[in-house]
Design a protein around this ligand. Sequence first.
Ligand SMILES: Cc1ncc(COP(=O)(O)O)c(C=O)c1O
Length: 426
Amino acid sequence: MSLFATQAAQQFPASAAAFPIEAVRARFPALERAAPFIYFDNAAGAQAPRIVLDAVARHLLDFNVQRGGRYAKSVEVDRVVTEARSKVATFLGGDDPDEVAFGMNATSFMRLVSLAIGQTITPPRDEIVVTDMDHHANISTWLELAKTGARIVWWKMRDDQRLHVEDLVPLLSERTRLVACTVVSHALGSRVDVAAVADAAHGVGAEVFLDAVHFSPHAPIDVKVWDCDYLVCSGYKAFAPHMGFLWGKLDVLKRLPTFREEFIPDAPPHKIEAGTFVYENVAGMGAAVDYFEALGADLHPGADTARARIVAAMSAIEDYERHLSRTMLAALLGAGATVYGVANPNQAHLRVPTFTFNLPGVDPLAVSEGLAASGVGIRDGHMYAPRLIERLGLTLDKGAVRASLCHYNTTEEIDCFAEVLRGLAV
Ligand SMILES: Cc1ncc(COP(=O)(O)O)c(C=O)c1O
């Protein structure tokens, strides 16, 4: 059994050959509209399926009012938000919709939770563990707590550019308040064994905050199997519009001191949701979960619950993306690229299809401009991970190139990308 496979995922073995890629692509109108443009910058934001576009448009056309009113349109907004909460809880493998809070983005939730944790830090439990692999949003906000007495402990990647839980264990003690780490690197694509992280952290009485922003479009999330305390996602990385959500264990959220006006109930999710959020985008997030569920129903008609259908879809996506990863690695190595993170095609299970690389002797900017000129959208720079970039021995001004794929990408697109890349190599 793979280190990262969930029990639920094991239920639905899939094969890349069976993945209905053409039917999937047909559900994303943006792909056809932009053709032959190739979307390889999905880590910065993915395209939305028709069902999401329709949900957002319907909301704006018919229900663009404030919730909490007595009239039907306002009641409908409340219903849509409640339903989306329930769908997102199912998407995450949680039981209780009240454990899901909606908001602007992942960064603001990281800030909200870190500000709250900051108020609860007292010696001797005053240490926060952060990693040098994470997006800076899940580092900088915790570093701030050092100003009010927290001690920061660094869990660092090994030279294989992966985080190993064996290295975390000796950093943990009865002083550890929280471990903040990602589920998968948004730059390298390397996965982290987060269930083992939670196990180790809980063993010393600490909490775990997971950044699942980059992971959520790639494979099943299971907050129960992972046993995390908090988890954040950005809808726009998972085929929904720009929005974010926080999940937390109910009792953990109940204890969390958050800012709220006196008339807001001191209970999750309301105590976490300051002010009005973007309802049409929450409607879109609910529809993104519907998209996964419909895909799962197509792939496994026997899957008899919403959660089973979602897991079936995400497992098939994970499997298909492994095939993309192997093909991408062959393409990158064939073009002479230096690939950071897991570069062995036989270890594709340790990564998602997000690749940070450089072409020796070629500026990252020139690579992404060259690809852009040929109709391939990728990204160059520091990927908002300055510490990671430094660990790779790169400079922040140039950084590296990142190509990030998701389940609507194809091996034919990889062939086009590879041909342009080979032409850019010196
Ligand atoms: C892994 C990861 N964490 C956090 C963020 C920040 O997310 P948001 O834009 O929703 O604040 C990103 C955005 O790229 C990300 O990739």
